[in-house]
Design a protein around this ligand. Structure first.
Ligand code: SF4
Length: 385
């Protein structure tokens, strides 16, 4: 059954009509902003304040079952059960690493894999979420690439990942003791699902909900140039990270075939436009996965530094130790190589950081879990992100 609901979205400056279309039996409420929920309950003949109550229950108290929202009248809860849903993702398996990293393999209502990783740190927690199930891009160092694109996730499915991780780590509705950072670095290319992603981020930024503001969010892209330019024009945008992985088009074409569509110079020109929107203490991030003998030589470090200096972008480089996965033809660079690479970049004035590998014992590199599962079940050969 297909249900279409139309109401008004007051979240932007211009009120635009909201269209919710669900192919299953329920309207997904977790991806709706507060004004949208108000419109929704009004179509049911309920007063506006019920919508605000519902928003607080779903987003602030992170309740995932209408029965638990006991401050709503029973009749309304019954009606919501009939026509709406708040919990479409199901945790299929969960792994906790020795270092406290928690990894979830979830399934959508149509049985597609979604991966989320919760990484506790001293001063804050980071949740790495997926924007798509699978991914249409073909990065050769990534397991998710082997799945292809299964489908893009809805705003509600993006929000649910965060709620599930926080509820599991701290208890339902319990305020996290530390700040929560979000990174769109799980499965999928977030800029190919930009509308739903931005919708989810706006819902999560609401002070009466989870209140995770855009300044706490980083979106990582393989380099979808038109969307980088679009994001640059968005006032409440998150931080941006670019997965670079190579200092030359020749190598990047091989590692990240999307480079054939938008080569490095074009990508960095878009970054230059984006740079104009950076706040005083904000930098663009370039991520560089370190692959032994592939992109980690001294010469390649100099090439990378020269490239970034030539474009003169206010940026930093994150060196990411590759998480090895058997079916992939890559091995991680040694610690010494990573350190030497870092030193060369720094000697040429590039701010460089090394990301500490987390959750290796539970395959916590994005895309590894779903791809491994499918590899086991359907004999697909995986790769690594
Ligand atoms: S690295 Fe990211 S963009 Fe590339 S295939 Fe994997 S999930 Fe997609």
């Amino acid at each position: 059954m297909k249900i279409t609901y139309e109401g008004e979205d007051h979240s932007g400056s211009a009120h635009r009509m909201l269209r919710l279309t669900r192919m299953d039996k329920a309207v997904q409420l977790t991806g709706l902003s507060q004004p949208e929920l108000v419109s929704f309950v009004e179509t049911l003949g309920e007063p506006a304040y019920r919508g605000r109550q519902l928003f607080g229950a779903l987003q602030h108290r992170r309740l995932r079952n209408f029965d638990e929202i006991t401050d709503l009248p029973k009749g309304l809860r019954t009606r919501l059960h009939e026509i709406a849903g708040a919990a479409t993702l199901k945790v299929e398996s969960q792994y906790t690493s020795d270092d406290g990293t928690r990894r979830y393999l979830m399934k959508t209502h149509d049985n597609l894999p979604v991966e989320t990783v919760f990484i506790p740190e001293e001063r804050r927690d980071t949740i790495c979420f997926s924007s798509q199930s699978g991914c249409p891009l073909q990065c050769t160092f990534c397991l998710t690439a082997q799945l292809g694109l299964l489908r893009s996730l809805t705003a509600g499915e993006i929000v649910e990942q965060i709620q599930i991780a926080l509820n599991d780590a701290y208890g339902i509705g319990v305020k996290p003791p530390r700040g929560t950072n979000l990174v769109a670095m799980g499965a999928g290319e977030p800029l190919l699902n930009l509308d739903e992603l931005m919708k989810a981020l706006r819902v999560m930024a609401d002070p009466q909900g989870m209140h995770i503001v855009p300044n706490r969010v980083t979106v990582s892209t393989a380099g979808i140039v038109p969307r980088i330019l679009e994001l640059a024009k968005t006032s409440d945008r998150p931080h941006l990270a670019i997965s670079l992985a190579a200092p030359s088009d020749e190598l990047r074409n091989e590692l990240m075939p999307i480079n054939k569509r938008w080569p490095i110079d074009e990508l960095l020109s878009a970054c230059k436009v984006f740079e104009k929107t950076l706040k005083p203490n904000e930098r663009l991030t370039f991520e560089y996965v370190m692959l032994d003998g592939v992109n980690d030589s001294d010469e390649q470090a100099r090439q990378l530094a020269n490239l970034l200096n030539r474009h003169n972008i206010k940026s930093k480089v994150n060196l990411i130790p590759h998480n090895p996965a058997d079916p992939l033809p890559y091995r991680p660079s040694s610690e010494e190589t990573v350190e030497r690479f870092k030193n060369i970049l720094e000697s040429k004035g590039i701010h460089t950081y090394v990301r500490r590998p987390r959750g290796r014992d539970i395959f916590a590199a994005c895309g590894q879990l779903a791809a491994r599962q499918i590899t086991r079940n359907e004999t697909l050969v995986g790769a690594l992100n």
